[in-house]
Design a binder for this molecule. Structure first.
Ligand code: CA
Ligand code: CA
Length: 82
């Protein structure tokens, strides 16, 4: 799904895992997440990592990955996170 005036509300719901803001959650977003993945109780050292700590506990671990995984779809398909 691509940004346009008709689907702007849907895109705002996809935003948490759509790191490249192209309207889907695909392998490109997984690669962006992976750069920040450090495991439990270890803050990300890569940059930029804003938005990868989905549960807000200061790390990027498997709990955060579970959220990403729930949103993952093929390229150009909207996320299940709606
Ligand atoms: Ca994306
Ligand atoms: Ca986290």
């Amino acid at each position: 799904m691509r940004p346009d005036a008709d689907n702007g509300a849907v895109l705002s719901l996809l935003a948490p895992a759509d790191f490249d803001r192209d309207g889907d959650v695909d392998i490109v977003d997984v690669v962006a997440f992976h750069r920040c993945f450090e495991g439990p109780d270890r803050p990300p050292t890569a940059s930029p990592c804003s938005g990868t700590d989905f549960d807000g506990d200061g790390d990027v671990d498997l709990v955060d990955f579970a959220t990403l995984q729930a949103c993952f779809r093929e390229p150009d398909l909207s996320s299940a996170y709606v």
